[in-house]
Design a protein around this ligand. Structure first.
Ligand code: SAM
Length: 440
């Protein structure tokens, strides 16, 4: 009986000659899997499959294998074999083989087409793909072999790993981990970066989701593009927090002169720089950027303005971010704001943190000519619905001319995943239960 495999190694080799062993056995030996009894098994690898290095097997062990063998006895002929494995985001896999006369590139392309077709047929998304191949130009008799070695119950099962954020004492949000990437405790917070099946790479601070490869663009486009497209000439920008670099890289899509990012925790930037390149896209090294490692409260008290646009990309109001959701802080913010200026702040989940929405609104209200709340759908943030608060001085964001907004957006010519001028305007339309939080 073949136990359903949990681990997979891909390997390949080629050989010439029929003297001692058959060419096939020689090729397997070259591939590092000699003396195995081979069994062709199902092409479906169950959930949890992962690639691991090939282990040494004792002679005669029974190891299930999917293999491809291309054999020829025509001198000068090139034969090739390839085995490819595709994995879906939740770890389901499909293995396909291809062999025949031709180069390894041709065989790899054939196998890729077969794997893609198998995913299509099963309605699965192809998330990761691995292929191995071998080719051999025959002198007398020879062959090329590629194999996927599947391991079953002989290895201990990996326990599933989950990361959990407590949204409330009664509600938790859990994500299954593909593998841990980085973890440390800085003077300010626990920094944790993990690869997940559902959301790609994720940054957690103090057990709270900060950003993910799968949906960071909702948050960053809405935090940044809304004020940047509204302001008539946003040249000087301040980001408070923002250690992952996502807001910074989005600001840099605009023709700004200078962006200051005041982040209290240098270790977050260092970790992001190394492990979150998809999110910061090299923004930390842009010559228009000034990185300041300081408490934003202290920085603004020193007076560094004026800024045209200021973005509050902070953690939720706990720990070092506590003081950033206060009237006192917003007095400092507006002290550093230009006469025509906009401030956008992440202001919590209307479902799970209604008190944060209200508290931030009350903290900002006395300091601005106009204040407006807008919403975006972010699956990994508490409740899936997120709020931003926009404070304006010297201009009214509600008086936006749709044609002018569209023209600004088109002129920038950047592709977006969430923001459009229509989404921008719709985001300010609030359902009554959110509206009520602003008069609480
Ligand atoms: N998008 C995120 C969210 O809402 O979950 C915020 C991302 S960003 C990583 C938040 C950053 O704010 C953190 O790196 C944290 O170190 C920084 N931060 C917290 N308090 C701060 C303060 N007082 N001054 C400057 N930065 C602060």
């Amino acid at each position: 009986m073949v136990t359903l495999p949990k681990y997979v190694s891909l390997t390949s080799g080629h050989a010439e000659g029929m003297d001692d062993l058959t060419a096939f056995d020689n090729a397997l030996k070259a591939a590092g899997i000699a003396d195995l009894n081979l069994i062709k098994v199902s092409s479906i690898v169950p959930q949890g499959s992962r690639l691991v290095p090939l282990r040494e097997f004792p002679v005669g062990s029974l190891v299930p294998t999917v293999y491809a063998q291309a054999y020829s006895n025509k001198p000068g002929e090139t034969v090739a074999a390839a085995v490819g494995m595709g994995l879906s985001p939740d770890g389901r896999g499909v293995i396909m083989e291809g062999h025949g006369v031709g180069t390894k590139e041709e065989m790899e392309a054939l196998v890729r087409r077969r794997v893609e077709a198998a995913f299509r047929e099963r309605g699965l998304e192809l998330h990761e793909y691995y292929v191995v191949s071998a080719e051999h130009t025959v002198e007398k008799h020879g062959c090329a072999v590629a194999a996927a070695v599947l391991w079953g119950d002989e290895l201990e099962e990996m326990p599933e790993q989950w990361e959990t954020e407590a949204w409330t004492p009664d509600v938790r949000f859990s994500v299954r981990i593909r593998q841990p990437v980085f973890s440390m405790r800085s003077p300010y917070q626990h920094i944790n970066i993990v690869d997940t099946f559902q959301f790609g790479r994720m940054l957690w601070l103090e057990g709270t989701v900060q950003t993910t490869e799968a949906d960071h663009w909702v948050y960053h486009e809405m935090l940044v593009h809304v004020p940047m497209f509204l302001h008539p000439e946003p040249k000087r920008v301040l980001i408070v927090g923002g250690g992952d670099g996502g807001a910074l890289s989005t600001v840099l899509e605009h023709p700004v002169d200078r962006v200051v990012m005041v982040e209290i925790d240098r270790a977050v930037v260092q970790a992001a720089r190394e492990y979150l390149p998809e999110i910061h896209r090299g923004a930390f090294d842009d010559p228009r950027v000034e990185l300041v490692y300081e408490d934003a409260f202290t920085y603004l008290r020193e007076g560094h303005g004026p800024f045209d646009v200021m973005l509050m990309d902070t953690t939720d109001p706990v720990g070092p971010a506590m003081r950033l959701f206060t009237q006192e802080f917003y007095r400092l913010v507006t002290d550093n704001l230009a006469p025509v200026g906009l401030v956008a702040a992440q202001s919590g989940s209307p479902w799970i943190q209604p008190e944060v929405v209200t508290r931030n609104w009350k903290a900002m209200r006395p300091h601005f000519d106009h204040l407006a709340l807008y919403l975006a759908s972010i699956p990994t943030y508490p409740g899936g619905l997120w709020s931003f608060t926009l404070g304006a001085r010297g201009m009214d964001p509600a008086q936006v001319d749709p044609a002018a907004l569209e023209a600004r957006f088109q002129a920038l010519g950047r592709p977006t995943y969430y923001y459009t001028p229509a989404v921008h305007r719709a985001a300010f339309i609030l359902p009554p239960f959110v509206q009520r939080l602003l008069s609480a």
